[in-house]
Each structure stands twice: as C-alpha cells, then as structure tokens.
Design a protein around this ligand. Structure first.
Ligand code: SF4
Length: 137
C-alpha cells in the first residue's frame, strides 16, 4: 500500500463521517485524537486506492476484490451487528471498544473483557433488523 498522504478533501470527508456515525451509533471518537486521525487517514487512503472506505486495520490480499464486498466497508459488519470497532475509531468515552454483543470466543472479548454499551438504544442497525425478522418468524 502507498504511504502517501491522502487528499485533505478525503480526510475531511472521513473525519466528518466518523463524527456523524459516532453520534448516530451512540459511541465516542477516541479520547486520543491521534488514534482517530490515523484511522481516518487510513479510510481516506482506501477511498483513493479502491474507491471505498475499506477498514484500514486489516490486511487484504486483494483490496480491490474486498472493496466489492460489504463486510469491511466502514461502518463494517462487526460494527453494524455488534457495535465493535477493532480500529478504536468508535469506542466508549474511555477509549475502549464495546464488546457486550460479541460472541464470547471473539478476539475482542478476549482482549478487552466485557465492555457494556453506554447507549444500547442507538446503533446496531443490522442486528436490530435481524432480531426483528427472527421474532416475526
Ligand atoms: S473496525 Fe469497522 S467500524 Fe471500525 S474503522 Fe474499521 S471498518 Fe470502521
């Protein structure tokens, strides 16, 4: 991957997106601004490389092929289902990722223990759709 800095326009776009999505999902941006800026820059770089804000915290053998799938486009499936952000972009006010909804054998649960969701009424759009579907069948 190129290490050149993405354009300021794409950085600004992803920073605005992160602020908005944190609000919408009931999470906080990391208290250490440099963490947020690193992730925002990684997302902006992927927009330039593959046309989508692919999660910057994974290794992809073929980033272009990965970008055609939904699962690691920010906000990724793990965020939409479990409100878990392993990049630490969307966290609690203390800067730890929410792990409450993760399967117990998930690496996030093992790394951070049980971290409760401070705003269960917000976020997890994908999980809520699936739960609703299950309860009506
Ligand atoms: S882990 Fe998911 S929500 Fe967090 S930055 Fe990566 S893609 Fe976005």
């Amino acid at each position: 991957m190129s290490v050149t800095r993405p354009s300021q326009a794409n950085i600004d776009k992803m920073r605005a997106y992160a602020r908005k999505y944190a609000e919408k999902s009931g999470t906080s941006l990391h208290p250490d601004v440099s963490v947020t800026e690193t992730v925002v820059e990684g997302l902006a770089r992927h927009i330039e490389l593959v046309g989508k804000p692919l999660c910057p915290c994974n290794f992809y053998p073929d980033p272009r092929a990965e970008a055609k799938q939904r699962r690691w486009i920010c906000a990724c499936d793990e965020m939409q289902k479990w409100k878990y952000c392993h990049c630490l972009l969307f966290v609690t006010e203390d800067g730890v990722p929410i792990t409450e909804y993760l399967p117990e054998d998930h690496e996030g649960r093992q790394a951070y223990g049980l971290v409760r969701d401070p705003h269960p009424e917000r976020g997890r759009g994908m999980a809520k759709v699936l739960e609703k579907r299950e309860s009506t069948t």
